[in-house]
Design a protein around this ligand. Structure first.
Ligand code: FMN
Length: 328
């Protein structure tokens, strides 16, 4: 073959193009003859054969762990779960004692086995191939375990979260008039999702005789107590849609709030009473428990993905709204 005919590839571009292939993330471990545990983060892992069960991965010739993997017959592949990003970072750092303080599976003598993964494969080397600046290891799987933990994903040089498409979801309905309202409208989806979330809390607010706006004001005061109506307006009037003073006033006779004094301009400073603080902490705990319940319904991975996307959306479309209490 005439190697000169191959045009020179830009390594940076080549790496970027390879990065468009989304993968999972693994940590591959082995033990040196002297008992030292080694391991590294690898996304070159892939399946090879079902019968016999075989997998492969490739190891940089520059890796510290290379002599151990080329000499050792056995290694373990840990497919990382979505919440194991710190473990991935730990094992992507060269050399150092990556196992310090880690809780390993203790009933296995030979291989260092990590816990909490999406799947784990114990393997025996079948072949080692030269692969440019990497060595390709092909191994036979001797045993494996699997959990329901959603996987960590790596794409375009970054960690990513994956969600499964659900073909059973109903199609968004559109109005009969072309260009009319559609249930796919983002504003509708955000509003409907909020309504469904808030509905669970509303019955608890009603039991305390609280309206939604009263609750927004109380919730804001749990973050910063002892503020004027102007300060509350500056922080949350965009969501209240009205001035906060009448709402603050309405909470005085109910025992939720008290006026603790006045500022230098003689303006009232509101604070939560002890019982108001206790009751609001209960309501915040109820809101958290509704969140836990709802995220359990869509699954941990989709819950994390939803929050990530909402944070991204809020950050990237922010018209300059105040962060709660940052501007006061
Ligand atoms: C997501 C991710 C995937 C990686 N995949 C591989 C891989 O497949 N092969 C490899 O040799 N290094 C890979 N690395 C880099 C190694 O984890 C890193 O070089 C590590 O420090 C090697 O450990 P060692 O030098 O202690 O052996 C990857 C790193 C990350 C963050």
């Amino acid at each position: 073959m005439n190697h000169d005919a191959t045009p020179a590839l830009d390594p940076k571009e080549f790496r970027a193009a390879l990065g468009s292939f989304a993968t999972g993330v693994t940590v591959i471990t082995a033990r040196a003859a002297d008992g030292t545990a080694v391991g590294l983060t690898a996304n070159s892992f892939n399946s090879v054969s079902i019968d016999p069960p075989m997998v492969l991965w490739s190891l940089s010739k520059r890796a510290y762990s290379l002599p151990v993997f080329t000499a050792s017959e056995h290694w373990a592949v840990h497919v990382l779960a979505a919440d194991q990003e710190p473990l991935s970072n730990r094992f992507a750092r060269a050399g150092e004692d990556k196992f310090a303080g880690l809780d390993l599976e203790d009933n296995v003598a030979s291989l260092p086995l990590l816990k909490g993964c999406a799947a784990r494969f114990q393997c025996k080397t079948s072949f080692q191939y030269e692969g440019g600046d990497h060595i390709i290891f092909v191994g036979e799987v001797t045993s494996f375990e699997r959990s329901d933990h959603p996987p960590l994903v790596f794409h375009a040089g970054r960690y990513a979260l994956a969600t499964q498409k659900d073909p059973s979801l109903p199609q968004a309905r559109s109005a009969r008039v072309a260009g009319g309202f559609s249930e796919d409208l983002l504003g509708y989806l955000l509003g409907r999702a909020f309504f469904q979330f808030h509905e669970g809390l509303r019955s608890k607010l009603n039991a305390h005789g609280l309206s939604d706006p009263q609750w927004w004001v109380i919730a804001a005061l749990t973050a910063k107590d002892g503020v004027t109506a102007q300060a509350v307006d500056a922080a949350i009037s965009y969501s209240l849609g009205c001035a906060s003073e009448p709402i603050l006033q309405s909470l005085l006779p109910t025992g939720w709030l008290a006026v603790e004094g006045v500022d230098e301009q003689g303006i009232a400073i509101y604070c939560l009473t002890t019982s108001g603080r206790d009751r609001s902490l209960h309501l915040l705990a109820a809101a958290k428990s509704i969140e836990v319940d709802m995220i359990a319904r869509i699954g941990y991975a989709d819950g994390a993905l939803l929050k990530t996307l909402l944070h991204k959306f809020i950050h990237q479309t922010d018209p300059g709204l105040p962060d709660l209490w940052c501007n006061v």
